[in-house]
Design a protein around this ligand. Structure first.
Ligand code: DQQ
Length: 540
């Protein structure tokens, strides 16, 4: 197998070696951003999981520290699994995490910093009260994990939710505590569905309508009209969310749309993005979301590479004006890596046209494109059966399927002869007097290597004022083996992993293209090469 350093990222979070998965306990404390994450110290496949730990002051450059939690006690000997951090008071951060115990049951544990005067909080001590919460009664002991960050209710009690399987169905179980040590389960779960199995990594937080603004769930007072409940569901391996209203007095979360079938719930990312977790950043008053992106080469390659898994670029999250969907955007700090800008302005893309974007380094780049759309009335008609499977539609109508409005977008990580490329594109359909925007990532041509998983991903975007403005934007971050795209200003996100031979053997290119029969134009395209960040180089 061909493995290459060229598949390692230049500005995404990854350790020097070994397997990683879920981001854990992200927080901003005392001037420092912390990221813990699921880590196998012994190899590049999942197993022997502990909490690795890195710190940063800018969310871009990271210093690698010693692991925060290792498998040392009966309550976590089979694994220190996912969890969250909560800042209890000005100087009191705590970690809650799941331990796989000697009997392979999942229990909830706590750890606190050993030395509060250490600015990096290197060492963590496990509580003598562990395990704090056991899977008793109707809880499936092997499907009970990933405690959320705690939030303070108006009665002065702390709340957390824990992912679970209740009577065979996905649920977020709610617990209350006075001291963060002794927890009582509430009568009803925070939420559940009858349509899925275990919910992993629940995340629950108030969300703001203001761009780049976040809310502290424990701060008393107004502004918390809408809450987000996110859960990770293994089939199909996506992060789903529900927006609703949370009655803090009664601890009742009421979704705006009562849809039980999770396949119809909005997704944080249509691509390879899982087990995400957000935190309130008191530094800049925003909510930041971290998510794990796993590999889609095969595990033999992962062993040969010596590493597997990255964290996606942290995203700022807020609520779209409609109140029905989230907007996500890469944190502004990542823009500090931009260099050598290239501009294209007011350029038409006729049918079949491809325009090369000449960035200095096409393997690590950031692009922002504004498309101006043709007369929407010409769009092909929409078939409502597509709603249930947009991803499948991106496969049948992949980049080589020529429509009317679309496909248009970007070809990235393209080889000299275009026998390899990854396509990001839009299509627009007409549904009576509405228009449907499909956003796709087509990786079927991304690599000539054998044995790669090369899926198509996608979803429908609900773009406010599409008809009036006739504008659609695409931002794409390219970083060797990862392509992260944000459509419609962050209304739709797709993370893809790709392993082009061209990265190993030669050079890669970026093109803007339009293969639809109707012309589209680019009012503006700006492309930057990205500098390499200093990610986890140093060990303390
Ligand atoms: N990964 C952890 C679990 C979590 C799962 C184990 C999600 O705690 O449910 O590594 O990827």
């Amino acid at each position: 197998s061909i493995v290459s350093k060229q598949y390692r990222t230049a500005f995404h979070f990854q350790p020097p070696q070994n397997w990683i998965n879920d981001p854990n306990g992200p927080m901003y404390f005392n001037g420092v951003y912390h990221l813990f994450y699921q880590y196998n110290p012994n190899g590049s496949r999942w197993g022997d999981i502990i909490w690795a730990h890195s710190v940063s002051t800018d969310l871009v450059n990271w210093i690698r520290l010693e692991p925060a939690l290792s498998r040392t006690a009966p309550f976590d000997i089979k694994g220190c699994w996912s969890g969250s951090a909560t800042i209890l008071s000005v100087n009191q951060p705590v970690i809650l995490y799941t331990g796989a115990n000697t009997e392979n049951q999942q229990v909830q544990n706590m750890a606190v910093p050993k030395n509060h005067s250490d600015p990096f909080l290197r060492e963590w001590i496990k509580s003598d009260h562990n395990p704090l919460i056991r899977p008793i009664g109707d809880l499936n002991p092997r499907q009970f994990r990933d405690p959320t960050t705690g939030w303070l209710g108006p009665d002065g009690l702390w709340r957390i939710a824990v992912g679970a399987e209740l009577n065979g169905h996905g649920a977020a179980i709610l617990y209350k505590s006075e001291d963060f040590v002794h927890w009582n389960r509430t009568e009803k779960p925070l939420h559940y569905t009858n349509s899925s199995h275990v919910w992993e990594c629940p995340d629950f937080y108030p969300v703001s309508y203001e761009r780049n603004r976040g809310l502290d769930p424990s701060a008393p007072g107004s502004g918390k009209e809408k809450h987000v409940l996110k859960m990770s569901i293994e089939v199909p391996g996506k992060d789903f969310y529900i927006i609703g209203r949370y009655d803090e007095e009664k601890d009742i979360f009421v979704p705006d749309n009562e849809i039980d079938d999770y396949w119809m719930w909005p997704r944080l990312d249509f691509g390879r993005y899982y087990a995400s977790k957000s935190f309130y950043d008191s530094n800049k008053g925003r909510r930041i979301l971290w998510g794990w992106s796993d590999e889609c080469d095969n595990s033999t390659d992962d062993v040969a590479k010596g590493w597997a898994g990255i964290q996606a670029i942290p995203r700022s999250v807020w609520l779209d004006g409609t109140g029905n969907q989230l907007i996500q955007w890469p944190v502004e700090e990542i823009e500090s890596l931009r260099t050598n800008a290239v501009y294209v302005q007011d350029t038409g893309l006729k049918s079949g046209f491809r325009l090369e974007v000449n960035v200095t380094d096409a393997s690590q780049a950031d692009l922002e494109v504004d498309f101006s759309l043709p007369n929407l009335e010409d769009a092909e008609s929409f078939n409502s059966s597509w709603l249930a499977d947009p991803e499948g539609l991106c496969g049948t109508q992949n980049v080589s399927w020529r429509g009317v409005i679309g496909p248009f977008g970007l070809l990235v990580l393209a080889s000299d002869t275009l026998d390899e490329f990854t396509a990001l594109f839009f299509r627009i359909y007409r549904d009576q007097n509405k228009y449907m925007v499909l956003m796709c990532s087509d990786t079927t041509r991304s690599s000539l290597r054998e044995g790669m998983d090369k899926p198509t991903y996608g979803g429908f975007l609900d773009i406010p004022h599409l008809v009036r403005k006739r504008k659609l934007s695409l931002r794409t971050l390219i970083d060797h083996s990862v392509v992260e795209s944000f459509g419609g200003g962050g209304l739709g996100c797709i993370t893809s992993r790709v392993y082009p031979m061209a990265l190993v053997n030669g050079s890669t290119h970026i093109y803007a293209f339009n293969y639809g029969s109707a012309p589209v134009s680019m009012t503006n395209l700006t492309a930057w090469s990205m500098r390499k960040a200093s990610v986890n180089q140093k060990s303390s």
